[in-house]
Write a protein that binds this ligand. Sequence first.
Ligand SMILES: *[C@@H]1O[C@H](CO)[C@@H](O)[C@H](O)[C@H]1NC(C)=O
Ligand SMILES: *[C@@H]1O[C@H](CO)[C@@H](O)[C@H](O)[C@H]1NC(C)=O
Ligand SMILES: *[C@@H]1O[C@H](CO)[C@@H](O)[C@H](O)[C@H]1NC(C)=O
Length: 373
Amino acid sequence: MRLMLLMCLAWFMTLTCGSGDKRVRVRAPRGSKWWSLAKPGEVSNGLRAPVRKLYNNPSLLPLTKRQRRLVTKNPGAVMAVVSGARMAIDECQHQFRKRRWNCPIRFEGHRSSIFGKIIQKGCRETAFVYSITSAAVAYSVGRACSQGTIQTCSCDNRVHSRPSGEDWEWSGCSDNAKFGHKFSRKFVDVLEKGRDFRYMINLHNNEVGRVHVSNSLRRQCKCHGMSGSCTIKTCWMTLPDFRSIGLALKDRFDGASQVLPENSVRNRGRGKRRFNFSPANSLHKKPGRRDLVYFEDSPNFCDNDSSLGFDGTKGRECNHSSLGVDGCDLMCCGRGFHTEHYVVQDRCQCIFEWCCEVKCKMCTFNRTRSTCL
Ligand SMILES: *[C@@H]1O[C@H](CO)[C@@H](O)[C@H](O)[C@H]1NC(C)=O
Ligand SMILES: *[C@@H]1O[C@H](CO)[C@@H](O)[C@H](O)[C@H]1NC(C)=O
Ligand SMILES: *[C@@H]1O[C@H](CO)[C@@H](O)[C@H](O)[C@H]1NC(C)=O
């Protein structure tokens, strides 16, 4: 009851404070501002302040009160969030480097999201951004636990109570994917409240990202004994490279389910992140826990579109010999492209000389580079 009252009060205050300020409408959803912690430089330097001062640290301004309380209660977690946000950006840009929408980031401007207004849409790209960012927090925190950099968690050796194998035994430190998952839920989902359809979609996609992390734990083993022998083998659970999670989520992006809006959704209860979405195409199966969902078709991302904060593909590099999305025809949306030939000097024909030098020649290479008009 008290919580409800507080929420109403907060809502009322936003309304009254916000009225008269037209720009309020273009604000990024409040719960997504933490992404800007990825900003290089001063933000992360400022966060190394002593723990008791952390809550009021100006670098935490993009966070909500609840998020600030959460990172204050878990000393060390904020640095894991910062590196998670960076991982998410890097991975998004890597996975989309050959596509028209290439996950552009803008750090300037406090009101809009660093990913731009795409996150206020409901298309596949939106789904990917939500899933990769919440996955990255779960991953980064789960890792930080086992590395001992968060004071409130450590290795998750509960998995070690499972039976070991015939020729190996549990030992060592397992990544704490469970803590990471829970932390990411509390931190990332904090403001995706309300009964808005868009929010349900975002909550679902956040959870998809985390489920991919939790399910990616793998057993890793090490041999002990005289050189090369494996008289004792010990194993622990470890998270794979984040790249493989990015790749899996990119696959989910390609196979994302389009769902019908609004009244077709039922909350399945039990955990606020289980929704019963209806597929837009009734022949398709219902999206599962690992499927990204969206409800809006993507824009074509060809031209500068200020309503998206996307610059278009003018000036983007394309591959003139590819027929795929990175090829000049598709990338440049038929506008044509410019090709320049240039010469570079680089080391070549390197040989290893005993001992211990690598000797190379300098060669001239002809290269071409095509960019969209
Ligand atoms: C896109 O358009 C906006 C305003 O319409 C302008 O400020 C911006 O510089 C343009 N960007 C590019 C890359 O042309
Ligand atoms: C360009 O596309 C061709 C054909 O798909 C491919 O073989 C080549 O590696 C690509 N070049 C670059 C730089 O990606
Ligand atoms: C580079 O191109 C020029 C002419 O365009 C040609 O004379 C030269 O042999 C080429 N070099 C190589 C290494 O292919």
